[in-house]
Design a binder for this molecule. Structure first.
Ligand SMILES: *C/C=C(C)/C=C/C=C(C)/C=C/C1=C(C)CCCC1(C)C
Length: 251
């Protein structure tokens, strides 16, 4: 009786619902990644701890949103656009913070962070309007959104982020900035493909699904960003430990 009732109230995940599967794997993989980043904080040098905390917060915020998005998908089989954009509005600025934390010890300025956040807010607000408010103007809003996206790429490729990272004496920092930038150029470029699959946009009718593409992109980018920062933190911590050991032996 209770079982019957719950299967009427709550849709179950059906075989072959590939998009539904990715809502579950996204939820669980980002949950696991959060536990990993939070636990590994104790393994890295003090100055890296905030970066690892942010990595964990990014995947945790996303994981909680995926918990809700799963339900929306199962019950309605429509895009959970609102949860999606609330998630991005919180996590994308935190990804900008990751860039900032890397360059801060080497003279990175907080105005650089503000610029990155402003560009990403433009990208997300325009994207939301094009998806949820004026879907008849999806191409125009996608274009405006892309300007914000290009602003982030510019800062990381040629602007302040890149300049400070290159001038830093720490090869781990310039490497990490370069890898994060590559995620922004390649990994983030997956999102506009999903967006263009919307009705009336450039790739409509090609059999692509917006949610499937966004779900894959989220897991790749959010866990990937965190792992880049984790890798830089671990290598840098180990290098410094070796240096301390070498100087103690020499003395
Ligand atoms: C964790 C979430 C991330 C990294 C989300 C990134 C989202 C984008 C890079 C979205 C970009 C878009 C465009 C460049 C144009 C079309 C509209 C968007 C919002 C899908």
């Amino acid at each position: 009786m209770l079982n019957q009732l719950s299967s009427i109230l709550l849709e179950a995940l059906q075989p072959g619902d590939v998009i539904g599967f990715t809502f579950f794997t996204g939820y669980m993989s980002m949950f696991a990644a959060s536990v990993f980043f939070f636990m590994e904080r104790s393994q890295v040098d003090g100055k890296w701890k905030t970066s690892l905390l942010i990595s964990g917060l990014i995947t945790m915020i996303a994981s909680v949103h995926y918990f809700y998005m799963r339900d929306v998908w199962l019950n309605t089989h429509t895009s959970p656009t609102e949860f999606r954009y609330i998630d991005w509005t919180l996590t994308v600025p935190l990804m900008c913070v990751e860039f900032y934390l890397l360059i801060k010890p080497y003279g990175g300025k907080v105005t650089t962070l503000y610029k990155l956040v402003a560009y990403s807010v433009l990208m997300l607000v325009a994207g939301y309007i094009g998806e949820a408010i004026q879907p008849d103007r999806t191409i125009m809003w996608g274009f405006i959104s892309t300007l914000g996206y290009l602003g982030v790429i510019y800062e990381a490729t040629a602007g302040d982020v890149k300049k400070v990272a290159d001038a830093s004496a720490n090869p781990e920092v310039s490497k990490a900035v370069r890898l994060l930038r590559n995620f922004a150029i390649i990994g983030w470029a997956i999102y506009p493909i999903g967006y263009m699959a919307m009705p009336g946009n450039l790739l409509a009718g090609m059999g692509l699904n917006l949610d499937l593409i966004y779900n894959i992109a989220d897991a790749v980018n959010k866990i990937g960003f965190g792992l880049v920062v984790y890798g830089a933190a671990m290598t840098s911590t180990q290098n410094e430990a070796k240096l301390v050991k070498a100087t103690t032996v020499a003395a």
